[in-house]
Design a protein around this ligand. Structure first.
Ligand SMILES: Cc1ncc(COP(=O)(O)O)c(C=O)c1O
Length: 93
């Protein structure tokens, strides 16, 4: 299951975030948009960030504390692959 703060928490409803939510659901993952705390983040098995420039990147630590094992997680890798595949364009030449 993937959890992300609900828009009502004050986050930007980014297009990359929404694309990731849609791709994850299409791939059979459950995505909950809900109120979240820092505790939720620190106790997560893994975490990732989304944005137009970074696309999808693993978040392995915060404030010198590991998130999960402190390495990119399995779901994160799956999401990165889904996003890469969905946004792939043809060769430039
Ligand atoms: C505060 C904030 N959150 C998230 C994002 C990512 O949004 P998007 O996925 O649309 O790039 C941005 C991008 O500018 C931002 O400024």
């Amino acid at each position: 299951m993937i959890r992300t703060p609900h828009i009502s928490c004050g986050i930007l409803g980014g297009i990359t975030r929404q694309t990731v939510i849609d791709l994850a659901r299409q791939d059979g993952l459950t995505v909950h948009e809900e109120f979240m705390t820092l505790y939720d983040l620190f106790s997560a098995d893994e975490a990732f960030l989304t944005g137009t420039a970074a696309e999808v990147i693993p978040l392995i630590s915060l404030d010198n504390k590991k998130i999960g094992c402190g390495t990119p997680g399995e779901i994160t890798g799956r999401i990165m692959n889904l996003f890469r595949e969905a946004t792939k364009v043809g060769d430039a030449f």
